[in-house]
Design a protein around this ligand. Sequence first.
Ligand code: OAD
Length: 244
Amino acid sequence: MSDALIREARAALKRAERVAVLTGAGVSAESGIPTFRGAEGFWRSYRPEDLATPQAYARDPILVWEWYAMRFEIVTNAQPNRAHGLLAELEQEKHLTLVTQNVDGLHKRAGSKSVLELHGNITQSRCESCGYLDGLEPGFEIPPHCSRCGERARPNVVWFGESLPQATFQNAINAFADADLALIIGTSGVVEPAASLARLAKEQGAYIIEINPERTPLSSAADTSLPMSALEGMTVLMAGDERV
Ligand code: OAD
């Protein structure tokens, strides 16, 4: 990674007025939350793609809830890391929209306000009958039931094959279409339509910075790819004399 490229990315961020951010599981890796497609993402030998579906839930709701309960516990015991914190600080300085595929709620806990959760939030259940959202507490019963109507509730997340919450996704599209600069952090870029946001920003002429220790299908669209962890990448972008 040349210093010139880092300087260019910093300068682009400094110049940008409207910033759109897309984060994935990698931004929470340093909080101890396993990514989906890394080896640690597997649980009792199930692949996430085989559990996060309406079909899996219809077949075995208890199994799916046990997986979510395990992840709920990790998330509630985790703390936002410095990458979450730096993104919250950047929001103080820019017109910034943070779009996340993560269901862990760590961006909000780190202080980000303008957060669009594309895939829902693991700390809530959603009634299968009336749609009411309940906050889950540690040790919640499996499966949980709606506090309003008593019917069974499902995790308040988006599963493969389901549509994203429409208004949330439209707001994400608007933010990426309007951005001068897009930051793509810690996502494998293989899950649509989230990944298409980066390409949309590119088509509209935004400067694209990717932070990911691995190359992804989005890397070729990036003006600068920082082959670093989220924490290192955000530190490099926001530190030093050229601090935004
Ligand atoms: P993935 O697990 O697919 O990808 C995580 C990405 O983070 C990979 O590209 C890693 O190289 C990168 N990574 C790992 N450690 C990192 C670190 N410390 N800093 C920065 N990057 C790091 O996770 P997502 O792309 O978020 O959807 O997955 C997208 C969606 O697929 C998820 O929201 C979920 C999943 O199945 C649903 O559940 C609907």
